[in-house]
Design a protein around this ligand. Structure first.
Ligand SMILES: *Cc1c(COP(=O)(O)O)cnc(C)c1O
Length: 354
């Protein structure tokens, strides 16, 4: 990529890298040396800068704090065998961030600030991308309103930032999920398809209630009838009934996952049947009963694929087939991970190499 963006780089005087125990990384608590910052004022973006990672100062009246104009993205970088850093489909995150921005009355981020800013930040902190092939550098771009004004209206000023955090291997035991039929994550016409900060705060209470009963996470259903499956906390849901992969179609209540999109593409290419259609909780439960339900799993950046082995619906719990022998989730999940890590050829040109 040609460097067309002039970024002011203010390097940290000393790296904190040697203080980090890469074998014991708590998720999202350890941050790399630098962060990217760009400000939006008077209808224009300022020159982006890379600065030492650190606290920022804000007015206590910042409208993001009071009215929640705040959106984010999440992606991962891996190191391949040649020590190149590979970032998975960052352009898709840029597009989705701008879709979220439009929905929240926020300014769109110019492509070069997002992508070239990301490239330069990752290049500078490339030693923070773990060498261990099981680990990754988690990347968190975010945009928030900074007007110091208590009036309820879109802010005139914003800050775009990218911070990064090395994260350990994502070993996950199969999950116990509950199909939620009381609380709602997103309603038609709402902001469910935007990665808007408030969606996550609003989902914490129902998730916590379920966790008290030993459930890991919720599968949300539609707000109107609580009949149709939507998605889980930060994952899109996939079901295999007989030999067909089924996932709910995208709409205003579902976050358009980049893992979902990539997973569907690879599944079709591998010759499996794929249906993007509405699916009810009743259909899933009855397929569990007849043995036709073969797989249930979530897909997202964090886990790639998260297997579900137990399902609770209307007070009853159901054991699902063991995740070990599941065909589609294991085969495609592995394939996707191998592309991200540069082990398998990147025939779709999904990776940005730094
Ligand atoms: C981020 C997110 C996903 C997954 O998106 P990916 O791009 O695959 O990481 C799914 N659902 C929700 C609600 C999310 O916030």
């Amino acid at each position: 990529m040609i460097n067309t963006l002039d970024i002011e780089i203010n390097k940290a005087s000393e790296s904190r890298l040697s203080q980090v125990d890469f074998d014991n990384l708590p998720f999202g608590k350890v941050f790399a040396d630098h962060m990217l910052v760009a400000k939006y004022e008077d209808g224009a973006w300022s020159r982006a800068s890379i600065q030492p990672y650190g606290d920022i100062s804000l007015s206590p009246a910042s409208s993001m704090i009071h009215y929640g104009q705040s959106i984010f993205e999440g992606l991962k970088a891996f190191k391949n065998e040649n020590n190149d850093v590979l970032i998975f489909r960052p352009e898709e995150n840029w597009k989705r961030m701008n879709a979220s921005a439009i929905r929240m009355c926020m300014p769109e981020i110019p492509k070069d600030i997002f992508l070239e800013g990301l490239r330069q930040l990752i290049d500078l902190d490339r030693n923070w991308v773990p060498n261990n092939s099981e680990s990754a550098l988690y990347i968190r771009p975010f945009l928030f309103a900074t007007d110091a004004l208590l009036g309820v209206r879109p802010s005139d000023t914003y800050m775009f930032m990218i911070i990064t955090a090395p994260v350990g291997p994502y070993y996950m035991k199969p999950l116990h999920l509950k199909i939620e039929t009381e609380y709602t994550r997103a309603a038609m016409g709402g902001v469910g398809s935007a990665k808007a900060a408030g969606n996550y705060g609003a989902a914490m209470y129902p998730a916590m209630m379920a966790q008290k009963e030993g459930i890991d996470q919720l599968i949300w259903t539609d707000a109107k009838e609580h009949k149709y499956l939507e998605e889980a906390g930060t994952m899109n849901m996939m079901v295999v009934i007989n030999d067909t992969l089924i996932t709910p179609p995208l709409k205003s209540t579902i976050l358009p996952g980049i893992t979902r999109k990539s997973f569907l593409e690879l599944t079709k290419e591998a010759g499996f049947k794929v249906e993007e259609r509405s699916i009810t909780a009743d259909e899933v439960i009855s397929a569990v009963g007849t043995g036709e339900l073969k797989e249930l799993f979530g897909v997202g950046t964090a886990a790639t694929t998260a297997q579900v082995e137990k399902l609770t619906f209307e007070g009853k719990s159901y054991d699902l087939p063991s995740s070990e022998h599941r065909v589609i989730s294991n085969q495609i999940g592995q394939k996707l991970l191998r592309i991200k890590k540069g082990i398998d050829p990147d025939t779709h040109e999904w990776n940005m190499t730094v």
